[in-house]
Write a protein that binds this ligand. Sequence first.
Ligand code: PLP
Length: 397
Amino acid sequence: MSTVQGPTPRWSALASKPSSSVIRDLLKLPAGVISFAGGLPSPAGFPLEDIAKACQTVIANEGKHALQYSMVEGEVALRREIARRETQKGIPTDYEQVQIVSGSQQALDLLARVFIDKGDKVLVESPTYMGALQAFDLCEPTYVSLPCDTKGLNPAEFTEEICRGAKFAYVMPTASNPTGLTISEERRKLLCEKAREYDMLLVEDDPYGELWYDKEPPASLRKWAPERVIRLGTLSKILAPGFRLGYIIAPADVLDKMAQIKQSMDLHTSTFTQLISAQVFSEDLLVRHLPSVRERYKTHANAMLDALAKYMPEGVTWTKPTAGMFIWVTLPEYMDATEMVKDVLAKKVAYVPGEVFYAADKVEKNHFRLSFVTVDPELIRQGVERLAEVIRLRIRI
Ligand SMILES: Cc1ncc(COP(=O)(O)O)c(C=O)c1O
């Protein structure tokens, strides 16, 4: 393969930074590996026929509009549908408070560009979403990691010293990626109180809030502190990630800055997928479609929890999610899940080593993330059995 790098270095400082290849490698796994590594939703849940119908309706009724450039804020039809859903959940929202983005990953990038200068303090859960760290890293913040306990993020960790001067705290109150944990209403309220007390913005990333198993999770943080919460949502996990549609609900001044920067990045998000999604929402298709997705995810989660209980040796613990796609496994402290990857792959199983979910100030290696929604229950059982064999060989009794 030819390269463009000559004697004079061409790459920017940013492009020259070494990047982690762990995830890219794990997504290129050979056939036959039982992969608990991906973070993809189950394609069995994509409502293909309904989307095909919505496409036809959009092309027939507003085809020329759908294929044209659009506004940076997003299509009013979709913004209205998103605002309607938020309002139905008890938090009155106007469409003007909604900015459409190209996946919530773009929202994370915009957040970094709008708020972070080199060295600025940013609070993150420990562990946190790797994709957020990657997006924020580009602007070189100083992270302060907030430890989570068995019930998720603990607002008691938000002391004045930690919060004062922070640009924002990035949190996933529902079905966190990677832990799968959901924090209680009490913790949410306390978190909002602390944010007010210490004048801090809260970024609430909520891709999994609709994917609950038995009971709807507590309300969005916006319920208790609408003036200081930047809420990120996405259609990736409830409709289709290929649409690349996410949204931000935030105070007007924040949205204004984000829109300015988004315009320079991509002018606007795809008009076509926005209008198809608005059509899907307006027919309440999601309301009809989500119960089967929730049921499927619950079945898979239970299959994995049963297998973990059956096969894992003593000394290994794991979270018990009530929503979402992930289980977080903790090994004894002396074990290293990154180093164990080669043995696990030799057994034709894959997970994501926990190390990649930590900000640089506090890295732990004795954890891994399991994703269960794209693997059939019988294969989940086999995969966990093989994983346990590898762990058993390394554990000190
Ligand atoms: C916590 C979290 N935030 C954001 C994203 C990005 O989602 P998307 O860009 O598809 O909306 C993901 C994807 O897995 C995620 O888990």
